[in-house]
Design a protein around this ligand. Sequence first.
Ligand SMILES: [Zn+2]
Length: 206
Amino acid sequence: MRLSDDARKASLLERATLVLNRSWRPVHVTTVRRALCMVFRDAARIVAPDTLSTYTFEEWLQQPVYEDRFAIRSPSVRMAAPEIIVLSRYDRVPCHEAPFTRRNLFLRDDFTCQYCGRRCNSDHLSVDHVLPRSRGGATSWENCVLACIGCNARKADRTLKEVGFRLLRPPVRPRWTPYLTLRPNQRMDSWAQFAPEAKRRTTGSS
Ligand SMILES: [Zn+2]
């Protein structure tokens, strides 16, 4: 009983917290554990997802914990796990480009075949060159998409026109966001107000 309580608390502390800079722009995703440390050190404030009021560590402790929120409980403390924090001093926005990697391509296409729309695990997906390499197609964000085994086999070394396939959406280089490294089901709904692309899509798992 105690062990499973501890395990639950540990996994709660590893959940994701969105970090905003002083201008309320998303700059990072951290863990609840590290977010609480930053707030405790006064480097950040906790943002209430619904009212957007900000709280110090002590003030947050005084806030009521609603049933639908993930709460950290110990014999002496009961508080909602912060979903968003805002930094007190940092004002810059990190400037990154999303590197073209297999992992990032899977995240961009959300583990979904871009021809038939089937969502699969990575074993059933492969990277397909829209314009085949044999026809001079580049290995790039703009020419590579995820395809399920079935679609990949049907398409083979043909162009979209030749095989009669259509893409779900045009493949583009994704804009870097702090969420890029997170699976959609790891993102919190409350983050959507700071970046529409962060909105959690329904995945059937949580
Ligand atoms: Zn497919």
